[in-house]
Every structure is written in C-alpha cells, then in structure tokens.
Design a protein around this ligand. Structure first.
Ligand code: 13P
Ligand code: MG
Ligand code: MG
Length: 370
C-alpha cells in the first residue's frame, strides 16, 4: 500500500506585520487536523517558519484524490477566520485572490506531495522557507544531488552511482505547467545553466536513477483541483526522502551552510542570505532575513515519529552569525545594485509609477548643428 505525504504551507495572517502567526491561529488549524486524524489522514504535524504555517499530513488513500488537500485548505480557512477576529496582518492572504481582511497578495498555499511504498527505514525531511521563492531550493538541492564535492555518497555509495533525474519547472510560464527533465551527471552544465536563474526555473522533483524512486518534491506547482482555484505561491516547502539510494540527511543539510543570497526578503523585492533556523522561528531584521527550517521524521505505516529539528544544533549558530553578517553587509547598500531586485522582478509597482511620472521630465538634448 502506498503512503502519501502532503505538505502545504500558507500565510493566513501574522502578528506585527509579516513576522509570525499567532498561537490561536495555529491552534485553530490544528483543531481541524485533529478532527480528521484516524479518518481521512493517518497522521499530521504542524509548525511555522516566518509568517507561513506548514501542515504535513500522511495517508494511504488514493494520492490522486484532492480530499486531503481540500481538508488542509479548510483547516487554513478555519485558521484565517481566527486571524480576522484577532486583526492579524494579511489575514487569509494566501487563500483568496483578495485576502478576507483585504490583503492583496492571495497566491494560494504552497503544495508538495510525494507517494511511495514505505522502505523499512523511511527517513525524510520537510524544509520550509519564508521570504524567498521556490528557486531558493535550487542551489542546496543541486549540491546535495549532483555535486560530489558536497554529496560524498555520489562516489561512496554504489546505490547512488547512476545519479539523479531532475524535473525543473519554468515558473514564469503562466498558461500551464512547463517543465524539463535533466539527468545528472550527463546534463550537469545544462542543470547549472537553468538552476542559476532562481526567478525563472525551480526544481520540482528529483528521482533516483538507480531505483526510479522519488526523493524530492518542491512546491512549484499551481494548486489544481483545490477549491476550484488555480494558483501558485512564494515561500515554498520541500519534502526530501533521505538515506539508502538517496543522499544522507547530512548531505542534504550541509549545502544550507552556504547561506546563499536569494530573492525575496522585505517586500519580496530584495536579495538576502538564506539563514537556517529552528522550527517555529519568526523573522525580524528587514522582515527577514530569508529563513529555512527543517523538520526530520521517520514514518511507518503512515504514522510519523515526532519531528527532530536539525538546524537547532549548535553547529548552525555559527552559520546564523555568518548569515546575519551577510544580511547587514548587503543592507548597507540600501536600494543600490544587487541589494534590490531588478526592475522586472520587483514585488511592488512603486518604481514603475515613479519612472512613468518622471518620464515627461526627461529632456532629450538636440544635437547642435555645426
Ligand atoms: P510574505 O511573502 O512572507 O508574506 O512577506 C511579504 C512582505 O512584503 C515582507 O516584507
Ligand atoms: Mg505575510
Ligand atoms: Mg511568508
């Protein structure tokens, strides 16, 4: 019997701006999940990272049926009503085109889903990112699955020798899902050519070429069949099955020590370092910096162990300090150059308005005839 893990992540309202959800909102979401445990779902977990709540559900029903996704959507809706009652910022922002408190973003929850026959030791991790795009996972996943400098298993384990198959999505293409499949190591340079552009291309899935099993699912897809609305979202979630024919947990975690600069940060319009943080951490400095959390589990017959929190380990304190230094450094140049995103990808239209207003004040020098 196949086990399915569904991870959904949404911003349904937060305290003090885009910082973190309230306890009451999380309890309201949890209540709906509790009611469904042992019925529609076998198990669940819930945590937050920045201002988005990640819900994880497991079940052994038909993975094609949207019932579990719809139930999670309903749980988020229940939570967003509490957010409205509490006057939280952006209440319901990711559920409706116009959030129920009037927030305008409304891009829909992030969804990652993976189905498999459970291995005897089924270890996996759930990564949640706030203040960045799905493409923020490109570099750490490329290094963990395609680069022997970071993933020792590619040369040490016979089970990984054939490499991995990457599905990469063109997230700018609006009409339908547009994706390409590339094989590592043969397509190594092609992978790099696409994955360097986190705004346009994002890894959607990674499969083992030894077992054909899926290791990775990232929330790049639009939410078909959920409440009849087709939408997508930033602040992504990723499920990564680890060990055996897949990279070890440590090989997946290690690339996050780079704290690479990603697109997002304040008003979704800047670049800043991706800081690894413990579960249930909010954001702060300049509405950030962009953060990534990790919840690691084992699952057996659809039932989860409690989560462990690898980024809580003291090793990551040093990385956090480095990420904070990088954030302060880049913020010193304010609006200038790489600190702010280029004109085309800014999350806000203010610059366009300024340029339009200033347009008529430009003067074209007429050449002096000799
Ligand atoms: P979120 O995408 O996390 O809601 O943040 C939006 C924002 O504008 C932060 O400054
Ligand atoms: Mg928000
Ligand atoms: Mg967010």
């Amino acid at each position: 019997m196949k086990t399915t893990i569904v991870a959904m992540r949404a911003d349904i309202g937060s305290v003090g701006g885009h910082l973190q959800p309230s306890e009451q909102v999380i309890s309201a979401v949890r209540q709906v999940l509790e009611e469904n445990k042992g019925r529609l779902i076998d198990d669940f977990d819930i945590h937050f990272t920045g201002d988005d709540i990640t819900v994880l559900c497991t079940h052994q029903g038909d993975p094609q049926q949207p019932d579990v996704q719809e139930m999670i959507w309903n749980a988020f809706t229940h939570g967003s009503h509490v957010a409205v009652e509490q006057g939280l910022y952006g209440a319901g922002q990711d559920l409706f085109e116009k959030g129920i408190s009037g927030a305008t973003k409304g891009l829909g929850p992030a969804l990652a889903q993976i189905s498999f026959e459970e291995r005897a030791n089924e270890a996996f991790m759930v990564f949640s990112i706030d203040k960045a795009l799905p493409g923020a996972f490109n570099l750490p996943l490329y290094l963990a699955f395609a680069d022997p400098m970071h993933c020792a298993g590619l040369i040490l384990s016979h089970r990984m020798r054939k490499g991995f198959r990457f599905q990469i999505m063109d997230v700018v293409y609006k009409a339908h899902d547009r994706a390409i499949t590339l094989e590592a190591p043969e397509d190594q340079y092609n992978l790099a050519a696409l994955l360097r552009d986190e705004e346009r291309f994002a890894i959607r899935a990674i499969h083992s070429r030894t077992t054909e099993e899926q290791s990775v699912a990232v929330s790049t897809t639009r939410l078909h069949n959920v409440a009849g609305i087709v939408l997508g979202k930033d602040d992504p979630v990723a499920i990564v099955r680890v060990q055996d024919a897949f990279p070890a947990a440590g090989e997946v975690l290690a690339p996050f020590a780079i704290a690479a600069h990603v697109s997002g940060f304040l008003r979704g319009s800047h670049h800043g370092p991706l800081m690894p943080v413990g579960l249930n951490s909010g954001v702060s400095f300049f509405d950030g910096p962009p953060v990534v959390s990790c919840a690691a589990y084992c699952i057996h017959n659809g039932h989860l162990t409690s989560a462990v929190d690898p980024f809580k380990h003291p090793f990551w304190d040093q990385i956090r300090a480095r990420a904070a230094d990088k954030a302060i450094d880049i913020r010193q140049q304010g609006f200038f150059g790489n600190a702010m995103q280029p004109f085309e990808s800014l999350g806000y239209g203010g610059i366009v308005r300024i340029l339009n207003e200033l347009d008529e004040r430009f003067v074209v020098d007429t050449p002096v005839s000799s």
